[in-house]
Design a protein. Structure first.
Length: 327
């Protein structure tokens, strides 16, 4: 049995992303925040290394009531490699004295010394209100993608962790993905990193040139075209396995709202036309037009798999939709 330790940045999106990946791997799983517990073949674990909204993946050694922790540690198989102990308090704080007692108990159950600098094994102990979960860390999720700046950026660029989660929510291992409002291409960049073939279009010639620069900088391949998101059939003359996009929206004047409703209505019709049957559409929708958008989605024959709310700030709330084309 394993667990994914999820990020608290955006809990519902984190759960949906991890669920999607586990379903792709045909794993049985159980959710209990901030974890998803799952059973799988060890060879499949590596497929989880590109999650956007998780901290790490762990093999569960034992789970016990807090009152039995020392008994459980003593009965575990001896640790025969250099190791380190990490204690994570989830919803229950413990004293430094108790942390040391737990660490000493693990040390007493080993044949090797503690090595905090270069451990061969990391024992992570999660402290919950009533339970203790003792694990061996399988790997940390690589967060290198958070530190890499792009040569062409705009202030409205999505947080890369959210962009990575959106790419994973397509449910694709491989295939072709389109962003019809690609902007700087940084949402598509995350799709490229997880192994998808990327196609992007935008009305702005400047954005298309910027997206090309970014893809070149990250050594990724992508095809970009200047084109209208409400007429994708003409722009691309082909279909895609999935669509992932964050269309433009902004200040909520009544005139602007009317324009955004029209843009989303025409765009989702156009996106539907270029999405293959059973393909997923991952799209961000501002809260103020959500009811209208839901009606449109039902009318054209898309199934809503996820609808996840996020309050960004006082004047902006939005939903992340994952839709599936039914035919």
């Amino acid at each position: 049995m394993y667990l994914i330790y999820l990020s608290g940045l955006f809990p519902k999106l984190a759960e949906a992303e991890a669920e999607t990946k586990l379903k792709l791997l045909s794993c049985s799983y159980e959710k209990k925040w901030p974890f998803i517990f799952f059973d799988t073949n060890k060879n499949k674990i590596a497929n989880l290394d590109k999650l956007g909204m998780a901290h790490s993946v762990h093999k569960i050694l034992t789970k016990t009531k807090k009152s039995r922790i020392y008994e459980k540690i003593a009965s575990m198989p001896k640790i025969r490699k250099k190791f380190a102990v990490r204690i994570k308090t989830i919803d229950q704080k413990i004293s430094e004295k108790d942390k040391k007692k737990i660490t000493d108990a693990v040390w007493n159950n080993s044949t090797k010394r503690v090595d905090l600098e270069n451990p061969e094994k990391i024992i992570t102990i999660f402290i919950l209100t009533k339970d203790i979960i003792i694990t061996e860390k399988t790997f940390d999720i690589d967060k290198g993608f958070l530190k890499t700046s792009a040569p062409y950026r705009k202030p409205i660029t999505l947080d890369p962790r959210i962009a990575r989660a959106m790419a994973n929510l397509t449910g694709l291992r491989h295939g072709c993905v389109l962003d019809p409002f690609c902007g700087t291409g940084l949402l598509l960049k995350e799709a490229g990193i997880i192994g998808l073939r990327c196609y992007g279009s935008d009305m702005s010639k400047e954005m298309i040139e910027g997206a090309k620069k970014n893809f070149s900088y990250f050594k990724l391949r992508g095809i970009f075209k200047q084109g209208d998101a409400t007429d994708l059939k003409r722009v691309w003359k082909r279909t895609f396995d999935a669509v992932v996009t964050d269309p433009p929206y902004g200040i909520s004047t009544s005139l602007f709202k009317k324009n955004v409703v029209h843009l989303y209505s025409k765009s989702i019709e156009s996106i539907y036309e270029v999405t293959k049957p059973d393909g997923k559409i991952v799209i961000v929708v501002p809260d103020k037009i959500t009811k209208t958008f839901i009606k449109k989605v039902k009318k054209i024959g898309l199934e809503t798999k996820y609808m996840i709310y996020q309050r960004v700030h006082k004047s902006l709330s939005r939903y992340f939709f994952v839709l599936k084309k039914l035919e």
